[in-house]
Design a protein around this ligand. Structure first.
Ligand SMILES: [Zn+2]
Length: 271
């Protein structure tokens, strides 16, 4: 039995071992980037099929896309392997009660108006959007699906390893797994960290992250993405504080390189 387990584990490692861009963490992932992009597209369509999507010329859509473009450019520079093959689509959903945002594997994202209202500045919104984008950069969605397959039944392991991927049979199931199940704490911390550096490189003040995540933690009625499995406030804040000298240096360099672009962006929109 031990031999079988060893064989199984080493086979799995051969099939799907990859590294997370930006951190170098080893990751078990059964999906190739193009496969996960099509899963992500399915989940995105399913999740938004009944959503009230704001028009392309709505000021809130324009604001999110302007920030999104800067996040995208920074992520393409910092993490070119994934950044250059993602779709980078930002959709704004009109739902003031939903303090939420997400990006599916492959780079399609939604930001809810509740999140836009909650953020006190473009800097804060950029921190959230950088965090979401980095879940996709770090391929957390399919890592979670892979993990679910490994700890599931033998049939699921065999299915996932041979490519039948029983976990991903219907759009509803794909959307459920990718969008409704929480990320692990390790994934959240990783998205916080590489997301913070991305927002900083995009010219947004990384120091805004501290207050943002503090307020996010204490607000109730939030979404899955920002609730219980997110790291405890103290862990999260400590990790962000430790990263702040690096993030601030990146931010200052970005501002020096593109002062006009950054000055042109409104720093905050009062509610
Ligand atoms: Zn997250």
């Amino acid at each position: 039995m031990r031999t079988l387990t060893t064989l199984l584990v080493s086979t799995l490692a051969l099939v799907g071992c990859t590294t997370v861009e930006g951190t170098g963490r080893k990751q078990l992932n059964f999906y190739a980037p193009d496969e996960e992009a099509s899963l992500g597209q399915q989940a995105y369509a399913e999740e938004l099929k009944d959503a009230k999507i704001l028009a392309d010329n709505d000021p809130r859509t324009l604001r999110v896309r302007a920030i999104g473009k800067r996040i995208e450019n920074a992520a393409r520079q910092r993490y070119p392997r994934m950044g250059n093959q993602m779709a980078w689509t930002w959709t704004v959903v009109d739902d003031p009660k939903m303090v939420n945002a997400w990006m599916v594997p492959g780079g399609r994202a939604a930001v809810y108006t509740g999140m836009i209202d909650f953020a006190r500045s473009d800097d804060e919104l950029a921190v959230v959007m950088g965090h979401e984008a980095c879940h996709a950069i770090a391929r957390h969605g399919t890592e979670r699906v892979t993990h679910g397959a490994v700890i599931g039944t033998g049939t699921e392991i065999a299915g996932a390893a041979t490519g039948s991927r029983e976990v991903a049979q219907s759009s509803a199931m794909v959307a459920h797994v990718l969008l409704q199940l929480p990320h692990s704490r390790e994934q959240e911390i990783e998205a916080d960290e590489i997301g913070l550096l991305t927002a900083a490189q995009a010219g947004y003040d990384p120091r805004s992250a501290i207050d943002l995540w503090r307020r996010m933690q204490s607000q109730s009625g939030g979404s899955i993405e920002f609730l219980s499995t997110h790291p405890s406030e103290s862990t999260r804040i400590e990790r962000l504080q430790a990263l702040m000298p690096q993030a601030t240096a990146i931010w200052q360099r970005a501002r020096a390189d593109a002062p006009a672009a950054n000055a042109a962006a409104p720093r905050s929109q009062a509610r």
